[in-house]
Design a binder for this molecule. Structure first.
Ligand code: SF4
Length: 254
């Protein structure tokens, strides 16, 4: 089991690795950065050797799956039924599935999905206002819990927006948000993310009573306003200067 450095989960498990870019949020994808460093082609999707390992994991974990891919990517269609089998055989764990391809979910669910497996939370990435339509698509899928990852945040996002007469965010309980990580050299850089964008995006969500998790302010603030993050890492994974109302908050798993 890989204990995760990602603040909003306990562990990660990749059934497969590799992915191709689909939108602005992918520009400096960390999986591409990692695989490039290992001289592995990040665009090629390969099944992971330890595919069935979670069957042996003990305790109750929050498991983020496919941190190095997209669970609903086309190339994994052949392997996904086996992944669903493992997920359904491990009801003691809560599986987090985050995607930028919500339009594929409907055709990729297992036959016994019903109103959603009780141990699966479905999440969708929204990095800018242009990608808000993904909320609407995801909102049509039955799920025990739906969440949003607004990272890397590329502008202030209006999650209160009404689309087709409905407010899609109403079907989501948990919002994860953060600026982009990266560095100043090579081709894997980072883009601007202002603290103000994070605050303005979150304020109405907080007032709605959503669970909120501020993962990091991102490398831009870390570099340009380092007094904010003294003693923290280069991505600004900082909790202490945020108001306690928007520090770590996540739904209960069991
Ligand atoms: S969908 Fe996710 S894993 Fe795939 S390229 Fe984009 S950011 Fe990377």
């Amino acid at each position: 089991m890989i204990k995760s450095k990602i603040g909003w989960t306990d562990s990660t498990h990749n059934f497969w690795e590799g992915c191709h870019k689909v939108s602005a949020g992918c520009k400096f994808c960390y999986m591409h950065r990692i695989q490039d460093g290992k001289k592995i082609d990040p665009n090629v999707v390969v099944k992971f050797d330890g595919f069935r390992k979670p069957l042996k994991w003990e305790g109750q974990k929050l498991i983020f799956t496919c941190s190095m891919s997209d669970f609903f990517i086309e190339e994994a269609d052949e392997w996904r039924p086996e992944a669903w089998e493992i997920i359904s055989l491990t009801p003691q764990h809560t599986w987090l599935i985050l995607t930028k391809r919500p339009e594929r979910i409907k055709d990729c669910l297992p036959p016994d999905w019903g109103n959603g497996y009780p141990n699966v939370w479905l999440g969708v990435s929204v990095e800018d206002n242009k990608s808000l339509h993904r909320l609407e698509t995801m909102g049509e899928i039955p799920a025990k819990l739906r969440f949003v990852s607004a990272e890397p945040l590329l502008e202030t996002v209006d999650f209160m927006k009404v689309l087709d007469g409905n407010r899609p965010i109403d079907k989501f309980e948990w919002i994860i948000i953060g600026g982009e990580s990266g560095n100043d050299y090579g081709k894997h850089k980072y883009r601007e993310c202002r603290e103000r964008w994070i605050y303005d995006t979150l304020k109405p969500l907080y007032e709605l009573g959503k669970y909120i998790f501020v993962k990091q302010v991102g490398a831009f603030v870390a570099k340009n306003d380092p007094k904010q993050i003294i003693g923290q890492d280069q991505h600004g994974s900082v909790k202490r200067f945020w108001h306690e109302s928007i520090q770590i908050h996540r739904p209960k798993t069991h």
